[in-house]
Write a protein that binds this ligand. Structure first.
Ligand code: DQA
Length: 142
């Protein structure tokens, strides 16, 4: 089973960026743990701060991977292009957020991509990625 995790803008700074909101762990360290936790999953990771690169990556994997876990960061709230890309591909996407976006500024309460995703996880820290993978494993035909 092939799963890609996609992180959007500023998520390359995890561990350094606003640790009271996003925690102290870098994504690279967390990703090593995830790979060890799910040895039977072909897990890969892509991060970009550039909207078009995120869209290109969705197009590239969206017809051959089994699942995508995506934290589009701030583009969640603004990008019609990312929302349209998710609608246009075959691979199911789960939208994740580290923080509880609903407990933050009002502009974070809207997700343009959520309606094109199979589900959304927010507010559970980095566990969101783990829970999304567990969900995809549970629905994947053996
Ligand atoms: C975020 C929430 C977004 O509002 C914010 O712009 C991010 C991170 C999260 O994981 O909590 O960059 O997606």
């Amino acid at each position: 089973m092939k799963i890609l995790i996609i992180n959007g803008p500023n998520l390359n700074l995890l561990g350094k960026r606003e640790p009271s909101i996003y925690g102290n762990s870098s994504f690279d360290d967390f990703f090593k743990d995830l790979k060890a936790e799910f040895p039977t999953v072909e897990l890969s990771y892509f991060q970009s701060n550039v909207e078009g690169e995120l869209i290109n990556k969705l197009h590239e994997v969206g017809f051959n991977f089994d699942a995508i876990v995506m934290n589009a960061g701030a583009y969640t709230h603004t990008s019609i292009g990312i929302a349209d890309a998710i609608a246009g591909i075959k691979t199911p996407v789960i939208e994740v957020h580290i923080s509880n976006v609903y407990a933050r500024e009002e502009y974070r309460h809207v997700s343009l991509m959520a309606k094109n995703c199979i589900g959304v996880i927010a507010g559970l820290g980095l566990n969101a990625y783990r829970l999304a993978i567990l969900h995809f494993i549970s629905i994947h035909p053996q």
